[in-house]
Design a protein around this ligand. Structure first.
Ligand code: AMP
Length: 322
């Protein structure tokens, strides 16, 4: 385990790497930024350390990109890091399993935690700093403040996971206050989350660009998710019915089918015929307002949440129905 804060070095890399804070570079290490970036990554556990680390970069006018995650990092997360790396001079990733976005009986305790592998993934993507705080650092004793986005959080997952989005908006507010990024990167995989956060940033007049990156999938269509690790091989096969149903709906909409009830019925059928499952919802809504549609028109979000075995999976596609 890499406990505490400090400089994280991948095991295969030289231990005499230069340090961003001191600017000291050994003579045998090329001093250019790109090279240094490959060699060194800060691991920060405290709010004050993040502020101290970022301060000179902010003062130098460097664009700061932020990727919030709960860890168990996969290609989906890494695609966000790569987008941030492309668009920003400083890239900071947070790894924090946020207790307040899990409901009672959900998987907070068993959520996969693999910090060493996660740090190696961040390092490989050229991330500059990783913030992995303990819960007490993010939620000081006696915490009593919750950030709520209304309306958009009542639809879809909000209707099935009471309090979930309050947990998300509260933690992201805290993280944004700590990092004060110029841009923050989120996945389309969590479409409602991205929509809610965009609304929050707009409403709170925050000068942060919200960048939403495409969902990364396995070659067979399954959307990557940290929770896929819970699936048995049979459940994983069954889970393919989710993306298959979404893709079929997308094709049908593009071919002219606009009747949402018929589209949803066909999707449910496909998912239920793949095996025993619990459908939380299968819906087609306006992609920006998340309001239900009777007829597909404009940018539609086709979204679903399905429980297979003990695992709750979400997925979606956006279709322009014209
Ligand atoms: P999480 O660690 O689940 O909180 O996710 C952190 C970020 O990664 C969120 O913005 C997610 O939307 C994004 N993400 C998760 N899975 C994927 C995926 N398959 N493709 C793209 N982004 C993803």
């Amino acid at each position: 385990m890499n406990a505490g804060s400090g400089v994280y070095r991948a095991r295969c890399l030289p231990v005499n790497a230069p340090d961003y804070m001191t600017g000291q570079a050994p003579l045998d290490v090329a001093p250019d930024l790109a090279e240094r970036r490959c060699l060194i990554m800060k691991k920060l556990g405290k709010v004050c350390e993040v502020r101290e680390y970022l301060s000179p970069h902010r003062q130098a006018g460097r664009r700061i990109g932020f990727v919030p995650t709960m860890g168990a990092l996969h290609e989906g997360h890494r695609s966000l890091m790569r987008a941030a790396r492309k668009g920003c001079e400083q890239v900071i990733v947070s790894i924090f399993v946020n207790p307040t976005q899990f409901g009672p009986g959900e998987d907070f305790q068993k959520y996969p935690r693999m910090l060493d592998a996660d740090l190696a993934a961040c390092q490989a993507e050229g991330v500059d700093a990783v913030f992995c705080p303990p819960v007490s650092e993010v939620y000081p004793a006696g915490s009593a403040t919750i950030v709520t986005v209304k309306r958009l959080t009542e639809a879809l997952c909000g209707a099935h996971r009471p309090g979930h989005f309050d947990g998300v908006t509260t933690v992201v507010t805290k993280l944004f206050n700590i990092v004060q990024p110029d841009a923050a990167y989120f996945g389309q995989k969590d479409a409602q989350q991205a929509t809610v956060l965009r609304r929050m940033v707009t409403d709170l007049l925050w000068p942060i660009e919200i960048v939403v990156c495409p969902t990364v999938r396995e070659p067979d269509g399954l959307a990557l998710s940290s929770r896929n690790a819970y699936l048995s091989p049979a459940e994983r096969r069954q889970a393919l019915s989710l993306s298959a149903a979404l893709f079929r709906a997308r094709d049908e909409i593009l071919a002219g089918q606009k009747d949402v009830a018929a589209l949803v019925a066909a999707m449910r059928e496909r998912i239920e015929s793949a095996g025993p499952c619990g459908i939380d919802y299968v819906e087609i809504v306006d992609a920006d307002e998340l309001t239900p549609l009777a007829t597909a028109r404009g940018r539609c979000l086709v979204a679903l949440a399905v429980r297979i075995g003990g695992t709750r999976l979400i997925d979606n596609v956006v279709v322009d129905a014209g």
